[in-house]
Structure formats: C-alpha cells, structure tokens
Ligand binder design. Structure first.
Ligand code: FNR
Length: 419
C-alpha cells in the first residue's frame, strides 16, 4: 500500500518494479563490460534461461475466505529471526555497477533488514562493509583458496567482523566459460577488480611480498606491471584507501593479481576436506551450489548446518539443471534425513511470486542476485533498497491474496505444475 500511495503522491520510483524492465534499465546505465559481466552466464546461456523458465512451469492456487489482515513473513535462520526470507546473494566485483559497490549494497540491505552475504570477490574489504552494516547482520561467502593459511585468515576475519554464517561456494573450482566476457577480452580479476578481500589480508600480503622478492632475486623473470592491473588498483585505492593504498606499494599490484590467480580456488577439494573447515570455525557452515540430493545428504553427514541450492545464476555449468528443478529433490533428501537444516535457494528469482514458489517447494529463504545489482547500478544504495523492498512487498501481497498468513502456510499443495 505504501508503494502505491507514494506513486499517487507523485514520488517516482528509482527502479522499475518488473524484473525484465529492471534489467533493461540497468543495461542502459552500465558500461558494456559491466553489464556483460553481470548479465552473462556460461556457454550457451541455457542454464540461466532455464533458471527463469523453470518458475513459469508452476502456477499458484489461491485459497479464499482466510483472514489475512495480519501476515508474518519472518523466518528463523541460525538462531536469528529475519524480517523476511530474503538474503542478498554474494556477488563479486560490484565496482562494475557502482563506485561505492559493496558499501552501497550494505546500506540498501540494512534499510530493508535483509542480511547481506559478503563475497570473497568483493570490491571492498569485509571489515569496511561490516562497519557500514552497523551490526545489522551479515554472512560471509568463502571461495576455498588453495592456500590453507589464507583460508584460515579469511575465516577468522569473517568471525572477527561479526559474520553470522559461513557460506562456502563449491561450484567455482574454475571460472566458467563466459562468452560475453571472453568476447570482450574481459576478466575483471586480471585487472585487479574484485580482489579487495585479498589485498586487505595479511596472509595474502605476505604471499605477494614473497612473490615480489622471488622475482627480484631472478631479474630476468621480473614481471612488468600491466597498465590495466595497476591503474585499476590505483583507482580502487582512491575509493577505498583502507585497502590497496595502505597494503600494496609498487611493484606489488601486479604481483597481487598474479598471486590471486594462483590461489583463488582449490580444484582438488573433496568431501574429505570438510572436517578441516569445520575445525576452523564455530560459525554455521552453509554449502552453496548443491544441486544433487546425494550431495545434500553427504553435506549433512559432514556436519554442515545449511544447504544452499544454486547453480550460480547459470554462470558455471552450461546446460545445468535449473536450480528450481533441483530444489524439491534436495529438500526431500534433507528432510528425509530428519534434518531441520535451512535450505537456501537462489538462481532465477525475479519477482515476489518466484519467492513464493521457491518457498512452497521447500526453500527456507532465498538469495537475491542480479536484481539487486541492477538496482545498485541504477540508483546506488537507494536502488538496492527499492529492489529489496519491492520483492518483499510483492511476496507479502502474494501471501495475502492466496490466503496465507505466514510462510509456514506455504507448501507444494499451493502449486500446480502447468506443463
Ligand atoms: C555471482 N555469484 C556469486 N556467488 C558467490 O558465491 N560468490 C561470488 O562472488 C559471486 N559473484 C557473482 C557475480 C555476479 C555478477 C553474479 C550475477 C553472480 C552468484 C550469486 O551468488 C547467485 O548464485 C546468482 O546471482 C543467482 O542467480 P540470479 O538469480 O542472479 O540469476
């Protein structure tokens, strides 16, 4: 009602309320590279398309004559009640959408009481974002580095700055084949973008210094800085003086990019590595990227606290199963194992009805990915806030119009499969 009323009094929204128009509007204001990076996905882009069309196969069946004047959209996750079942999905290299990047997302998320999951590929160090969030709650997303000390350092920093859960993204052993970026010759990390979490890390800085010292010892192999990497790091240091300028001096920016490319992932990772992570932290651990029921069962056996169904917005595996199509099987595996662990879902959520469908199919909460980035590109923190507000309002209205008073009312019986 507040949104309609604001419109009636002449307040123009900052972002379109419809997901397709939101993307189209963001495309107009973003750089070609920035939009390609955010909108693009793997290979034929069939996975990203499937994520969205999977929702279209479900239809909602409303129930009538239920008093819906009081509605509760809150959900409990790891001992904390969240006002809504929305989370801001971890998204790296937000500097491509807005100079204030993760800090603007933090302000927008805080405004809507939505927990932000801070990315390991962030443009701003986690401590600065945590400060901007002012204690309103965040989770940290980890890419499992090939360097043990770096993993330990990132996890302990996440704990120290107040992260409430650790989301470990497992579908990024290698960066996906992304034609839009490949055709533009664009890899943001190779330009030093999205590596602030690393350049602000003491272990990473040690690795960089060791690399510089090794190169100095063998002058023939000394790397020459590329203009791209250095100028981007210098630009980053202007935006976030606490990060690069303090931590890196010439010739370290180039070495930082090379070190990052060496350590950012660990393709040799197996289930046998999970106990080590478990021993590193008492934070709840959530595994992101689960699409197979057996992987969900293995995760629970390994003692993880939450399952995150996602295909990374279709950015990794081409012709992947749509995340929504994988959701019911994973939910069945988790509940069938007698576990009450939350099942988080993302990949394809574009409107309130999508959230309704994902929750009805058993998700406990959902991650909002690209839509919040488009809001960020269009109107900074206010844009992020508006996108989240719209989704929250749409979900709330959908509950009211279908005879639901709380998320507990949502179940597969609320849906029919259209085809
Ligand atoms: C992502 N995603 C992602 N996931 C993650 O665990 N760490 C990360 O750093 C990133 N970075 C990232 C950048 C961009 C530009 C996008 C679009 C996505 C994946 C993200 O968390 C989420 O799984 C997807 O965005 C969900 O798909 P939709 O709904 O955005 O299409």
């Amino acid at each position: 009602a507040a949104i309609y009323r604001a419109g009636a009094f002449g307040r123009r929204p900052k972002v379109p309320t419809d997901g397709t128009r939101l993307e189209a509007a963001a495309r107009k204001v973003m750089s070609r590279r920035g939009f390609a990076y955010v909108a693009g996905s793997a290979g034929s882009e069939a996975s990203a398309d499937a994520n969205v069309t999977a929702f279209a196969r479900w239809r909602v069946v409303p129930r009538l004559l239920v008093d819906t004047t009081e509605r509760d959209t809150s959900v409990e996750l790891f001992g904390r009640r969240h006002e809504s079942p929305l989370l801001v999905a971890p998204v790296g290299v937000l500097s491509m959408a807005d100079d204030e990047a993760d800090l603007a997302v933090a302000r927008g998320a805080r405004d809507q009481h939505v927990t932000q999951i801070l990315s390991t590929q962030a443009s701003v160090p986690m401590e600065d974002v945590a400060r901007a969030l002012g204690g309103s709650g965040h989770w940290y997303q980890l890419y499992w580095s090939s360097d043990d000390d770096l993993v330990e350092s990132l996890v302990s920093r996440a704990e120290a700055c107040g992260s409430e859960a650790l989301v470990v993204t497992l579908d990024m052993a290698y960066l996906g084949w992304r034609p839009r970026d490949l055709d533009l010759g664009h890899l943001p990390f190779a330009r030093g973008e999205g590596i602030a979490q690393y350049t602000s890390d003491p272990v990473f800085q040690r690795l960089v210094r060791e690399r510089v010292a090794a190169a100095a010892a063998t002058p023939a192999a000394r790397p020459r800085p590329t203009a791209g990497a250095v100028s981007t790091l210098v630009a980053m240091s202007r935006n976030h003086p606490g990060d690069t300028r303090r931590n890196l001096t010439a010739p370290e920016p180039r070495a930082a990019v090379e070190t990052f490319l060496d350590v950012f992932s660990r393709p040799s990772l197996t289930w046998d590595d999970l106990p080590r992570l478990r021993s590193l932290t008492s934070l709840p651990i959530v595994l992101k990227g689960i699409l197979h029921p057996d992987d969900a069962r293995r995760a629970l056996d390994a003692g993880v606290d939450g399952i995150y169904v996602s295909n990374h917005g279709g950015r990794q595996v081409d012709r992947s199963v749509a995340a929504l199509d994988a959701l019911p099987g994973v939910v069945e595996a988790v509940r069938g194992a007698g576990s009450s662990a939350p099942v988080i879902f993302d990949s394809g959520i574009r409107c309130g009805a999508d959230i309704f469908v994902a929750l009805a199919l058993g998700a406990t909460a959902v991650g909002i990915g690209r839509p919040h980035v488009y809001g960020l590109a269009l109107a900074g923190a206010e844009g992020v806030s508006e996108v989240l507000r719209n989704l929250r309002a749409e979900l709330d209205l959908q509950l009211a119009l279908t005879g639901c008073t709380s998320l507990a009312d949502l179940s597969p019986e609320r849906l029919v499969r259209a085809c």
